[in-house]
Each structure stands twice: as structure tokens, then as C-alpha cells.
Design a protein around this ligand. Sequence first.
Ligand SMILES: *[C@@H]1O[C@H](CO)[C@@H](O)[C@H](O)[C@H]1NC(C)=O
Ligand SMILES: *[C@@H]1O[C@H](CO)[C@@H](O)[C@H](O)[C@H]1NC(C)=O
Ligand SMILES: *[C@@H]1O[C@H](CO)[C@@H](O)[C@H](O)[C@H]1NC(C)=O
Ligand SMILES: *[C@@H]1O[C@H](CO)[C@@H](O)[C@H](O)[C@H]1NC(C)=O
Ligand SMILES: *[C@@H]1O[C@H](CO)[C@@H](O)[C@H](O)[C@H]1NC(C)=O
Length: 734
Amino acid sequence: MAKNVMRVAVLAMPQQLIIVLLLLLYMWALLHATAAAGGQRAGCSSKCGDVDIPFPFGIGVDCAWPRFDVVCNQSFTPPRPYTGEIEIIDISLEKGEMRFYSLVLQDYCNNSPNTTESSGIYSNFNATDTPFLFAEERNEFTAIGCGTIGLLWGKDDGSYLTGCITSCASLDAAAHDGEPCTGLGCCQVPSIPPNLNVLNLDWGNPSLVPNYAWNLGAPCSYAFVADKGWYNFRREDFGHAGSKRFVNRDGHKRVPTVLDWAIREYGSCSGSVAPACVSDHSHCNNSNNGEGYICKCSEGYDGNPYLKGNGGCIDIDECHLRTKSSIYGQLYPCYNGSRCQNTDGGYKCICRFPHRGDGTGKGCKPIIPLRIVATLATVCAMVALLGLAWFIRCEHKAWEQRGFFESNGGQLLKDMGVTTFTQEQLDTITNKKRTKIGKGTFGEVYKGLHDDQEVAVKYSTAKSSIRRGKYEFVKEMAFRKSISSNGDGTLGQKASVNEIIVQSQMRHDNVVRLIGCCMETEVPMLVFEFIPNGSLETVLHGPDLWALSLPERLDIAIGSAAALAYMHSLGLQSIIHGDVKPANILLGKDLVPKVSDFGSSKLGLATKEVCADKNYIDPVCMKTNIVTQKSDVYSFGIVLIELITRKKAKYDGRNVQSDFVNCHTDNNARREMYDQDMLHTDAHSLQPDQCIECLDTMAAIAVRCLKDDVDERPTMAEVLEELKQLRASNELMV
Ligand SMILES: *[C@@H]1O[C@H](CO)[C@@H](O)[C@H](O)[C@H]1NC(C)=O
Ligand SMILES: *[C@@H]1O[C@H](CO)[C@@H](O)[C@H](O)[C@H]1NC(C)=O
Ligand SMILES: *[C@@H]1O[C@H](CO)[C@@H](O)[C@H](O)[C@H]1NC(C)=O
Ligand SMILES: *[C@@H]1O[C@H](CO)[C@@H](O)[C@H](O)[C@H]1NC(C)=O
Ligand SMILES: *[C@@H]1O[C@H](CO)[C@@H](O)[C@H](O)[C@H]1NC(C)=O
């Protein structure tokens, strides 16, 4: 049981809450509605019947500014507002005007030439002690009738008097319907003087104006002061009923009349003293009619300037109004290309982006003239194009580098453990090609530093137009690991790749060590161990004549032979140098020879030459086009002769090797050819006899190497052995 009660209570709770909430909401809405509607004080009704009653007017003394109180007579449906005796039609805060129903003066309907009928209605208006005066421009006095003098008099002392006279010979002589009132049945006084608080209508003495029209329709006379433009003449208005436009509020004929109202008790605006203008953004404006002022909202604000706070002057949202009606669109113009933005007390038309200026007035202009925009666009497009071109170039270069790397067999070399460099790395190694140490048809050689070791970098500049099939060739060469030259156009490339493969495999004191290579260029670039003393060619035949003793020469011969013998000794993988000559024998520290240049031709040399250097070439190889180990032996023989004679292979248009071979049997002639400087030098402890003997032996070896019959030539190993023995037997030479 207790449980059930609890549940009911719990269920009831939300309903109570909702009711309370609804009540609160209702009260809030009520409060808000009274505050906002019609510009009336909170708690005061802003309407009487259909008529708005804005403050300073108010229903009852408590709701109104002094003397602006209105009585709302509820006995009518809808209720009617009255101030004093007069019924209010409407009130304008903006203009300081009020319209009311004023009485029409009616008199004398002529039934016969000398009988008249009087209505006994008089229109007297006394606005003394009220805020009202007759609006001078907004009203006009009209009199209707045939033979009528309409009079209008005013001011407290009756000092103002005017009027007009109508006459018509007959009703047909009266003005036509809709014509202006010019005195034919209807006359008008177009305006009333200002500052008029008392206004009475009356008739002049009818006997002064003959009435010719009496027998034709008993015309009646009417006179009234009405809202200007309200009345249009019609002949039927002469009738007993008067104009159909006359309003019947209480059994009498009435017309709308305009009054000016103002706050009059403190006189005109004086400085900032305007007690009635209490709203923010409001100001005092002197009344056009009489002493006093009205209050106005500042420009850009709308509302009731006589009220504080919420109902007072508030900002007009011009942008919102613009969207509602085209009238506001014209009132608050905004250039088409601009965006309307409401501001406090106004609005702005913000030009859309590439434009600037005032969107409300002269309109928006482009920020940057079209011509400059076009120029800029062109420039931008060009820059973009250049950038693209640059990008493509870089991409192409990278692509080419990868391509060369691939086609040069870079991956293969990598797999075989050969160090590969990028072009950037090479530039770092040579410090951007700072020190040039050599130049040839293949390209240029620069000194560099890699891992604290001095190196020589061979930059190739030569290019080959034939690329096809290179990779296959590299693979084949890697397989065979021997150098051959078959005389096709890609000799340079093949040779260089072979050189890399071959050299990377070799470890010998007398062989220039290959440190690595760069495969990113069309022709690979090579990095060698740096050999400081140049080649045997420059040492023997160079401009600085080095003093070379016999033991030194013998050691050079032994070292070179050792290198070649080592190469030939590698069994199945044996290597043929193919281009043995002094220029390819470099001299290291202590003149230790280092054999280099392991291509059968120089890098990049697009030559049809079959075997290397013409001066050192094996005639057998020339004939057969096949390079053998014995070709190296032949070339080495010439190197030996050069060592002994210090003559170039080709000297004075002669061949040193044929000269030497021709005369070698003649001891004198042969010994004549020996380098005499070497014989007479004191650099060694060798006796000249010993020396000659030693040289004779070397000469003999050289001659055997140069035999035309390949089989008669010794092998490199034999040459090495004999040279070593010779060295040993002359141990004293050290
Ligand atoms: C309302 O109007 C009626 C009819 O004219 C009048 O008798 C009555 O006195 C008026 N009431 C007020 C409160 O003025
Ligand atoms: C009034 O009218 C009658 C005829 O209806 C006429 O005999 C008489 O003379 C008129 N009086 C005046 C003063 O015009
Ligand atoms: C108008 O009314 C005031 C008092 O309200 C009075 O003193 C004055 O004489 C009146 N004027 C006329 C012309 O009736
Ligand atoms: C006062 O109102 C008149 C029109 O009634 C206007 O021309 C004038 O500019 C206004 N003065 C001020 C200060 O608002
Ligand atoms: C804005 O555009 C309308 C039609 O799209 C045109 O009638 C009007 O004149 C334009 N207004 C301005 C300020 O350009």
C-alpha cells in the first residue's frame, strides 16, 4: 500500500513541475509582450480597440505623460479612445501627429426660395491647455454648397478669420465630380496658420450670395477642416445625407482632422534638456508648430524614444529588412557585389573579396586593377611552368641516374661487394673538384679524400651514343671476368665496367686499388687509391729528369712483372691487362710501381682500335684480333727496353723496340743504346761491369718477350722469376 502511494507521488511530480514551468513561461511571455508591443510602459495597455496608444499617450493618468492621458470607452465594440471630448483615430510618434474625428458644420438645406432648414450643429474646437495644435500643412478647409460663405475663425481672441465662398448658377454649373474645389459648389482654403489651438466654423450672411440653384434640388451647405487630400468633390454631396465619406460615429457627420502634438510644458529643446527623451540613441527635436519638442530616435534606430530600455530606440537591422521587402532594398541600398552587415546604428556593405570600396554608395571596385591581375596571373603561370620544368628536369636526372645505374650494372656491382658512390658523394670527396691532377680523352682526374685516405677520382666526360645491350654485356663480362675487346663501338663502356669488376677483385701491392665507383652517369666514374709520384711515363720521359738508378729500375720492373704475373696467375679467372705501358704503371711511395688502367682501352675513348696503345701493341694481336697473356708479355718487353734505354717507344720517328731487337746481338751497338746516365751515376755501389752485365740480362729478357713467335715468349711468371734472380745475384746493389 505504502509502495503504491509513493509511486503515485513520483508520477505526479513531473506534472506539477510542467505546470509550474508553463506558468512561468506564460508570465514571461506576458511581461515580454507588454514591454515590446507598441512602445508602451510596462504594465500599461498599448492598445484601445484597434488603435495603438504609444507612450507618451497612455490609458489613464498613471500610464501617460501629463495631459496625454486617454480614456478608453469600453461601451463601444471595439472600444474607442478619447482625449477630452475628441475621439482619436490614430497617433504617430514619428511625426508628432494625431488624427481625430472633427464635426462637420451643416446648415440650411434650401427647400424653397425663402424657406431653409437649419441643423443646429456647430463645430467649435478649443484645444487650450492640451498638447495639441492644428497641423497647419496637413489640413485644409472645405465648404460645399451653392451660394455659401464658409467661415473659419480661431485663436483665443478670435483674431484669426478666413473663409471661402461657393456659388453655382445651377447644379449643372457646379464643378464635375473629382474636379478641384474652385468655388463652383465647393471651395477650399488649402492651409491653416500655425499655433492655432482654437478653431471655429461658421457661416457668413447667406443673403450676400444669391442662391440660384434652390429650385433645382434643395442643395445643402457643409463646412469642415479635414486631412489634406482626404476629400474629393462630388455633386451628390450637396444632398441631405452629405458626402458618403463623412463618418458617422455618434449620429453626427465627422471627418478626420490632423493635430500636432508635442511636449510643451518645458518649451523648446534647450541644449540637452529634454526630459521626455529618455531612451538611449534618442534626441530632442523642436516642434514645427508652437512651443515644445518631440523626441526622435537617432538615425539607424527605431522604437519609442520616450521609453527607457527595451521598448526604447533599438538598432534597425537594415540587412534583415532588405531581405523582407524591395522597399527596404531601395531604402538601404547595397551594391550587388557586396555583403550587407548590420552595425550599431547603421549598416555596412562589405565588398566581396577581390573588390573594395563602399558597397552602399559608389559601389565596389576591384582591389587590384584587372590589368595588374592579368599580368600577375601570367607571371605566376610562368613561374609555375618554370618550376614544373625544373622539377621535370630534376626528376629526369634522377631517372637517368637510376637508368645509368641499372644499365651500367650498378646493382650487379653492388651485389659483388663493390662500393658504389652517388654523384653527390663524389663531389664531397673531391671537395667539388678542387684539385685537378690529370686530364685525358676519357675525362678528368681530381684528387680527393675518402675515409681519411687520399684518392683519385676519374670523372668521365665522354658519352656514348650506343646504349642498347649494355647491361647484358656487363653481365657477360662479369661472368667471364676477363677483358677482351672485339672492336665494337661500346668498347669504352665495356672496358670501364670490366675495369671495375676486375680491379675490385684484385688485391696486390703492385696493383692500383679501386676503392669504388659511381654508376649514375652514362660512363661510370671511378675512385682509386691516390698514387703520389705519377706514372713511369712521366718519371722516365717527363720534363723533370728523375735520376733513376739501375736498382730502382730493376725494382720497378720486378714490381710491374709481379702485378702482371699475379693477374695472369688467377687460373680460370685470369686477367689480361691488355694495355701495358709506362703510362699505366704508376709510382707510389719509394717508387713502388702500381699497375693501373684495366681496360683494354682508355675510358670513353670511342675508338675502333682493337688493342690498346699502338706503340706497345703485340703484332700478333693485331693480326688475330685476340688478346692473350702473351700480348701483355710483349708489351712488358717494350717497357723493359724503355727502362734500360730511357727512350720513348717511339723516338725520333723510330721504334725503340725494333731498333733494339735489330741490334741486340751486337754487344756494342746494344750497349750504346743503354741509358748512359744510369751507368755513370754514383747513386749505387754497383761496379760498371756488374751494371752492364745486369743490363745485358734484362735486355735478353726483353728481347725474348718481343719474340714474334708467341710460344717463344716467356710467361710473366718466368719473367718475374728471372728478374728476381737477377736482383738477388746483385744483392750488393741495395
Ligand atoms: C462612453 O460613451 C458613452 C456613449 O457616448 C457615454 O454615455 C459614456 O459616458 C462614456 N463612458 C466614459 C467612461 O466616458
Ligand atoms: C415667400 O414665398 C412666397 C411664395 O411661396 C412669396 O409669395 C413671398 O413673396 C416670399 N417672401 C419673400 C420675402 O420673398
Ligand atoms: C477655451 O478654453 C479656455 C479654458 O479651457 C477658455 O479660457 C477660453 O476662453 C476658451 N476659448 C474659447 C474661444 O472658447
Ligand atoms: C527635426 O525634425 C525635422 C522634421 O520634422 C527635421 O527636418 C530636422 O532635421 C529634425 N532635427 C533633428 C535635430 O533631428
Ligand atoms: C543589382 O542587380 C539587379 C539585377 O540583378 C539590378 O537590377 C540592379 O540594378 C543592381 N544594382 C546595382 C547597385 O548594381
